[in-house]
Write a protein that binds this ligand. Structure first.
Ligand code: ATP
Length: 342
């Protein structure tokens, strides 16, 4: 038998646990189909932090890094911890210290009448202005943005490889006209990586112009590469084309595999405290993230099976409140499970 794939589960906060619970049957289903997987449940999140003072202890981090293959993550963020220290110490730490440079956010139509688009956002996931270095002084605040050539190169190489494989055009979003240093580096690395992919139709665009063009004609875009901040904004806009935050999946990975644990699947949305605990969250983003994780593990049949089950459920009219329906989180999860192939 294959060596077991060990997947860590972290629910986090708010709707994180509710949507993750609806993805777990997909793991059971993959196991029933013969996939050898082990689960490690970890308690980290706001409740755990407030009860124990712990955020993500080093022993747990090492167990994740060296003893697991991937992480399935709900969401973090809690109004009781307004400075977000636990979110930084869990999710941003995992992204940065596991070097999960590539955050992949695909966007395809899920419901009738949606634009016929096929967009994949490749967002750098560890640097830019999200490196959490800055200061607040009286009357003055500074957020530092760091861009390093290895991370930018890894992100762009992954984006170009996807553009070549999928035969989609590639657009790099930037603001090098004002962010001359950081985004200037992005442009230089872009030109270098482009030389290795002469068949890819690749261009750069100022991010503001790109957003305007994206709203006017989303089907004209394919792969969009961007730094951490612009990629966050662009991918949320893309989610709006296909049903909003509740349906958008993501997978982060470390292309150079510095550790055993080299992937983290999570929905694009946050912990959504406004709807937490009310059975209102749409689990589709989380379930489609699980499919991305299956594909990353090489389990293509299982990835396609989960994606087909989501399409089939939506095709029969199953809808949560955010999509204009009346199903709760659990009801939607059940509607999707019914369509998983035997
Ligand atoms: P973060 O910064 O952590 O990404 P955010 O501030 O962007 O979080 P979210 O928690 O993603 O905020 O919520 C944004 C909005 O989207 C909220 O109104 C929330 O209710 C809604 N939303 C988020 N997730 C879902 C979901 N799974 N189903 C339905 N609505 C959702």
């Amino acid at each position: 038998m294959d060596k077991p794939v060990r997947i860590a589960l972290i629910s986090g906060d708010g709707v994180g646990g509710e949507v993750l619970a609806e993805a777990l049957p997909c793991l059971d289903w993959a196991r029933a189909r013969g996939r050898n997987l082990e689960i490690l449940r970890l308690p980290y999140g706001a409740d755990h932090h407030l009860a124990t003072g712990e955020i993500l202890p080093d022993t747990a981090f090492r167990e994740l890094r060296d003893g697991c293959d991937a992480i399935l993550f709900g969401a973090v963020g809690d109004p009781r911890i307004p400075d977000g220290r636990h979110a930084e110490g869990i999710l941003l730490r995992l992204r940065q210290e596991l070097e999960l440079t590539v955050n992949f956010r695909p966007c395809r139509p899920l419901l009738p009448g949606q634009p016929r688009l096929d967009i994949e956002v490749f967002r750098e996931n560890t640097e830019g202005p999200y490196c959490l270095q800055g200061t607040t002084e009286p009357g003055r605040a500074v957020d530092l943005a760091i861009h390093t050539e290895p991370a930018v190169r890894r992100l762009l190489e992954s984006a170009f490889a996807a553009a070549a494989r999928r035969q989609l055009p590639l657009t790099l979003a930037h603001k090098a006209n004002v962010l001359k240093h950081g985004h200037g580096l992005w442009l230089r690395v872009f030109e270098a990586v482009r030389l290795d992919h002469p068949a890819v139709s690749a261009r750069t665009m100022h991010a503001d112009a790109l957003l305007c063009a994206l709203v006017q004609d989303p089907a004209a875009f394919g792969i969009i590469a961007a730094d951490n901040y612009l990629g966050d904004l662009i991918s949320d806009l893309c989610a709006a084309f296909v049903g909003g935050m509740g349906v958008a999946p993501s997978l982060s990975w470390a292309p150079h595999r510095p550790h055993r644990c080299a992937a983290l699947a999570e929905p694009v949305h946050g912990s959504a405290p406004d709807i937490a605990g009310k059975d209102l969250a749409n689990p589709v983003g989380m379930i489609l993230s699980t499919a991305l994780l299956f594909r990353h593990l090489g389990w293509e049949a299982e990835a396609a099976g989960v994606e087909a089950a989501v399409s089939a459920a939506l095709g029969t009219g199953a809808r949560t409140h955010d999509l204009g329906g009346s199903l709760g989180t659990r009801g939607m999860g059940m509607a999707i499970r019914r369509h998983l192939p035997a």
